[in-house]
Design a protein around this ligand. Structure first.
Ligand code: DLL
Length: 450
């Protein structure tokens, strides 16, 4: 006869290997909203009681937990900013007891002081659950071999996907970043079916494979990619499919919320944040009013069940739109469109807002240039100057100089049409621009130093 522990382990395994539950993912929206309200109410009482930071902010906003009487009352609550985490470095915003914490993640701090996020076991479980539901929604599961080529360690990408992939019963190859030739060997030898990495690393991997004489399409079983952590476009999705036969799905998250958090489903019509775990709002960045469905604004996220470091109304700075109608995949949880940039990434060139993603979108739509580019912004006299360096495709050798001039003019025209501002174009040899193993950094803004 099985003892109690065996029974518990068996039931845990069953739960782990079956992350899809229609009762949750397809529940009527009004039931989901009732559930969200219950979680919100509990969360607000918890932070008011245990977090001096939230209590002070709520008092300053003139709001008490008793004032939260319906889900839309969330708008009465104060925002949380990355700056708050920096100011309270390292653990000023943690509300759990130290012995309840099972993990810390720390951001790189490349754009300021690092941020520390603390997790209880329940936080880790819900994070894994969220990623697992996403991976399941794109058809991955038992029998898949998933290579995780995000950084493991303090960055949330590697471990976040690792726990999610294990939870769906897939076989994980924890490759982490770098050593690309070895990664390609592993993809072949271990019959990897799916990879998780940044989009720029996936393109790089494809180029290295080609240089090694390996066709990802014909010599490997790789068919699915879960790519995110930086912007990428529909054109890149099309290229990944055409060049490598890979269906690429977007995955989103931030280190403050919990690394990779939600993915697209096979409908590829935006992300599915799981409403029992997160509550998303899309706000007009200045007035903070909620945008109607389908209209773009800043994504603001509340983690409904986080214990270690509660996050209420976190201003992500990312631009998206929300949809409440049921997805084609039948899931009922509100959907978030793929991102179109960041509120603070936006380049202002001669008064015109330009997002690097628009430039990528245009370049990837042109067959006469390659996939790698860099954007340089400088000041010439009093005017901003935008220069885009873009590589020629691999193996391209122009017959005559006029060919290059024609391509350059065509790319400049296309950029001007899509950006509404002139951009100079420099065509450079294939392989001459930097490749990135982690997130790509494609913008160099020289204006502050001029
Ligand atoms: O990049 C977490 C992550 C890891 C997400 C692995 C997906 C996969 P941070 O380093 O804190 O966390 O960066 C978060 O990256 O606010 C966005 O601006 C950007 N970002 C993340 N995912 C996407 C995406 C991780 N799918 C910041 N599309 C976010 C566009 C993205 N931008």
């Amino acid at each position: 006869m099985k003892n109690e522990t065996d029974v518990r382990i068996a039931s845990q395994r069953r739960r782990q290997l079956r992350p899809f539950d229609a009762r949750i993912e397809e529940m009527p929206l009004e039931n989901l909203e009732k559930l969200q309200f219950r979680y919100l109410k509990k969360l607000v009482y918890q932070v008011y009681s245990f977090s001096p930071h939230y209590r002070e902010r709520m008092k300053a906003n003139g709001v008490h937990p008793d004032d939260i009487t319906c889900l839309s009352d969330i708008t009465k609550l104060p925002f949380m900013y990355k700056e708050d985490l920096r100011n309270q470095y390292p653990t000023g915003l943690v509300v759990s007891l130290p012995e309840e914490l099972v993990r810390y993640h720390v951001s790189s701090g490349t754009t300021g002081k690092p941020t520390v996020v603390a997790y209880t076991q329940k936080d880790i479980d819900l994070w894994a659950e969220s990623v697992a539901r996403g991976l399941t929604s794109i058809g991955l599961g038992r029998g898949d071999v998933i290579q995780i080529s995000y950084g493991y360690g303090l960055f949330t990408g590697g471990l976040g996907l690792h726990y999610g992939a294990e939870r769906i019963g897939a076989t994980v190859v924890p490759a982490s970043v770098g050593n690309t030739e070895k990664q390609i060997e592993l993809i072949q030898d271990l019959e990897v079916t799916a990879i998780a990495c940044t989009p720029s690393y996936l393109m790089h991997l494809g180029e290295v494979a080609q240089a090694m004489g390996v066709s990802i399409k014909d010599d490997t079983k790789l068919k699915t990619a879960v790519v995110g952590a930086e912007p990428w476009s529909e054109e890149m999705r099309r290229r990944l499919y055409e060049l490598y036969g890979i269906s690429a799905y977007d995955i989103y998250g931030t280190s403050e919320l919990s690394g990779p958090l939600f993915t697209e489903c096979t409908a590829m019509e935006g992300f599915h944040p799981w409403g029992d775990i997160v509550y998303c709002e899309v706000l007009e960045p200045e007035s903070h009013t909620q945008m109607p469905d389908g209209e773009r604004g800043e994504l603001v996220v509340t983690m409904l069940q986080k214990e270690g470091l509660p996050i209420i109304r976190y201003r992500t700075g990312d631009i998206s739109a929300i949809h409440h109608e049921q997805c084609r995949c039948k899931r009922t949880h509100p959907r978030i469109e793929r991102l179109s940039g960041r509120v603070d990434d936006m380049l202002i060139i001669r008064g015109i807002n330009v997002f690097p993603s628009q430039i990528e979108h245009t370049l990837l739509g042109l067959s006469e240039v390659g996939d790698n580019f860099m954007i340089e912004v400088s000041r010439q006299g009093v005017l901003d100057a935008l220069m885009v360096k873009v590589e020629l495709p691999q193996g391209f050798s122009p017959d005559k100089l006029e060919d290059l001039i024609t391509i350059k003019r065509h790319v400049e025209r296309e950029l001007r049409n899509s950006l509404n501002v002139a951009a100079g174009v420099e065509l450079v040899e294939f392989g001459s621009l930097p490749r990135f193993e982690g997130k790509a950094k494609r913008v160099i803004d020289l204006r502050e130093t001029v």
